[in-house]
Design a protein around this ligand. Structure first.
Ligand code: ADP
Ligand code: MG
Length: 238
């Protein structure tokens, strides 16, 4: 399939590193929601590859298909057309939580659990033993400069802190790819920029690739690549 892919879109992909070492490889990926008159064409034939250490901003107006595409690339949803593979990560079943993580716009922390316990959840679900999960969760909180609030409940945290806990939760497994869907959308500008600085510093320590859907031109401007989406069409990605 990968050889065929090179043939089919050799021109576009030739300027990027090889497809065989891609973390995520999309060729002609489309997503239509609903049936008949209620059909919504959310994504039209997207082709792209994500590699280690990529820093990619996915920008576009509300409704342009950013979330749809992130959900597909993370394996949360399946395309209705095209091919989506994870050449160096394996099958769709093996992606989450250890290899691919997502941070959503709202932090969605579990209210009765402390920050530390929230960060431990994906590790425990992934079969990591409790002691090791606690160690890795503390490390992730420290990476994101939250060591001191580990024992607080979500209701005791500011919006920026809660979103940083959600990022620590996503990073606890040291994933190969982090997808962030407008993670600063609910924060004021200064808090958003601080969160973004902390996130980039944390990722510096690993080879985790970052793909961030954002409206904020300042956030997009600090990434290495900017991919534009318009009415479900992913424009030239190189
Ligand atoms: P963005 O994240 O850029 O705002 P989305 O991917 O959320 O865009 O949405 C793309 C299009 O798909 C929009 O027209 C939206 O209304 C539609 N859409 C998204 N999710 C669904 C769904 N579950 N069912 C039907 N339509 C949807
Ligand atoms: Mg969205």
């Amino acid at each position: 399939m990968i050889d065929g892919m090179e043939e089919a879109s050799g021109v576009r992909l030739a300027r990027r590193p090889g497809v065989a070492d891609a973390l995520v490889l999309a060729e002609g990926v489309g997503r239509i929601y609903g049936q008949g008159d209620a059909q919504v064409v959310a994504l039209v034939s997207a082709t792209c590859a994500i590699h280690p250490r990529d820093r990619i901003a996915l920008v576009g107006r509300s409704g342009s298909g950013k979330s749809t595409f992130l959900h597909l690339m993370s394996g949360l949803d399946t395309p209705t057309s095209g091919s989506l593979t994870w050449p160096t990560l394996g099958s769709r079943d093996s992606l989450r939580p250890s290899q691919i993580s997502i941070v959503f716009q709202a932090p969605s922390l579990l209210a009765p659990l402390t920050a530390l316990e929230n960060v431990m959840i994906p590790l425990l679900l992934g079969g990591v033993d409790e002691r090791e999960a606690q160690r890795a969760a503390r490390e992730a909180l420290e990476l994101i400069e939250l060591g001191e609030i580990a024992d607080k409940l979500p209701e005791e945290l500011s919006g920026g802190q809660a979103q940083r806990v959600a990022i620590a939760r996503a990073l606890a497994y040291r994933p190969r790819v982090l997808f962030a869907d407008e993670p600063t959308g609910q924060l004021d500008h200064a808090t958003a920029m601080h969160l973004f600085d902390v996130l980039l510093a944390a990722l510096e320590a690993t080879s985790t690739a970052l793909v961030i859907a954002t409206h904020d031109p300042l956030v997009a401007g600090r990434m290495d690549l900017v991919w534009h989406m318009q009415h479900g069409v992913l424009e030239e990605t190189t």
